[in-house]
Design a protein around this ligand. Structure first.
Ligand SMILES: Cc1cc2nc3c(=O)[nH]c(=O)nc-3n(C[C@H](O)[C@H](O)[C@H](O)COP(=O)(O)O)c2cc1C
Length: 385
């Protein structure tokens, strides 16, 4: 399978679907409950029209900008995704390497398969660490310390996932920790031998940031039980100051959909916020992120950087978010599909697709510098009011 024959993120996804066991492919390709917000994220991007402009010298075009003061080759990063190492063996390391070579940030999830230290050992530029604040604040504090010791460039605190929005596909597929080797799952693995062999060949098959760090939990079952009791429903704005102070570097607050929450995050010390509905995986019925972005941009009024995730599937989507005021976008599922389709090379392919789409669209819009995008580059649209 030649990855360069894949021309869209959708095509990459179809290959991943063939290569990754259904249970893990659908873990990525799912939203909460009716999946209405999952669908709305992409649908609303589709309703926005770009302004075509001609008669401009577009012979040189630039996609570079900065994110939190660091130069990036395009305004896009890889979002934190739990258990990326189940889409492809050592998935987090592969994705981090692809991002590093491409010159964009990678964000490691708290619930990754490869640990903070594993990813740090395999890369040379700082990656970001996403923090789920756990009930056990001592454990949480140590996670922050580990991210700091690994030289992480930012800590991303996710605020919209203190308890779960159910994804029916996971329940139906029997996705559990530890995995149950049911006859159905074993049969699935026989159909995906490349995936299964690679998984057998790695020692990274459990939650790397937890394994060996939870006193008294020596088996995966004990670890899973402990993890299952750790959702901290008390998480609130005051906790962010503690995280920021302990980490000592930039704080990014993820899961903002309301202007008042954007204000609260900035007041709590956020250097950046991510407008996100967790890819439609949490509050089913929440609005798409592109719909609420302009209100949040107005509310923040330049006091911190603003990124957007949820539903970005192309360079055109990225341009729309930037035109509406985001400094950068993040992608979750697209890079997971890349991992499933072709490991590190698959992630690189997804990034190449998005870069080529962006470069082409910018030219046709008569824009030579991506940082110059603004509301004038999209047609005014009722969707946004
Ligand atoms: C399979 C999967 C696992 C995820 N795990 C996490 C996680 O561990 N932490 C987190 O903050 N967000 C997590 N997210 C949400 C992503 O960071 C991001 O908000 C979302 O994927 C963006 O939407 P997109 O997939 O449409 O790009 C996850 C998303 C997916 C698809």
């Amino acid at each position: 399978m030649r990855l360069d024959r894949l021309l869209t993120v959708e095509e990459v996804m179809r290959v991943a679907e063939r290569r990754v066991p259904k249970m893990f492919f659908q873990y990525a390709d799912s939203g909460a409950y009716t999946e209405s917000s999952y669908r709305a994220n992409s649908e609303d991007f589709g309703k926005i029209r770009l302004q075509q402009r001609v008669g401009v010298d577009i012979s040189t075009r630039s996609l570079t900008t900065t994110i939190l003061g660091r130069k990036v080759t395009m305004p896009l990063g890889l979002a934190p995704t739990g258990a990326a190492g189940m889409q492809s063996a050592d998935g987090e390391i592969k994705a981090a390497r692809a991002a590093e070579k491409f010159g964009i940030p990678f964000t490691l999830s708290t619930v990754s398969i490869c640990s903070i230290e594993d990813v740090a050992a395999a890369t040379t530029t700082p990656f970001w660490f996403q923090l789920y604040v756990r009930k056990d604040r001592e454990f949480t504090g140590k996670l922050i310390d580990r991210a700091k010791a690994a030289g992480c460039g930012a800590i991303v605190v996710t605020m919209d996932c203190q308890h779960y929005g159910q994804r029916h596909k996971d329940v139906r597929n029997g996705l559990t920790v530890p995995l149950k080797f049911t006859p159905k799952f074993v049969a699935e693995m026989a159909l995906k031998p490349r995936w299964a062999l690679a998984m057998l060949g790695t020692r990274h098959r459990t939650f790397g940031n937890f394994s060996g760090h939870v006193p008294g939990a020596t088996t995966v079952a004990q670890l899973a039980e402990w993890m299952g009791q750790q959702d901290d429903l008390t998480l609130n704005w005051t906790d962010l100051r503690w995280v920021k102070q302990r980490f000592g570097g930039p704080l990014v607050v993820k899961g903002i959909l309301h202007p008042d929450d954007a204000h609260a995050a900035v007041d709590a010390g956020a250097d950046a916020i991510i407008v996100s509905n967790h890819g439609g995986r949490q509050l089913d019925g929440a609005p798409s992120t592109i719909r609420v972005l302009p209100r949040i941009v107005d509310a923040v009024n330049g006091r911190c950087e603003i990124y957007l995730d949820s539903g970005v599937r192309s360079g055109h989507d990225m341009i729309k978010a930037l035109a509406l005021g985001a400094r950068a976008v993040f992608i979750g599922r697209p890079f997971l599909y890349g991992l499933g389709a072709g490991g590190e090379a698959g992630v690189t392919r997804v990034l190449e697709i998005i870069r080529a789409e962006t470069d082409s669209a910018l030219g046709l819009m008569g824009v030579t510098d991506i940082t110059r995008l603004g509301p004038a580059n999209i047609e005014s649209n009722d969707l946004l009011r």
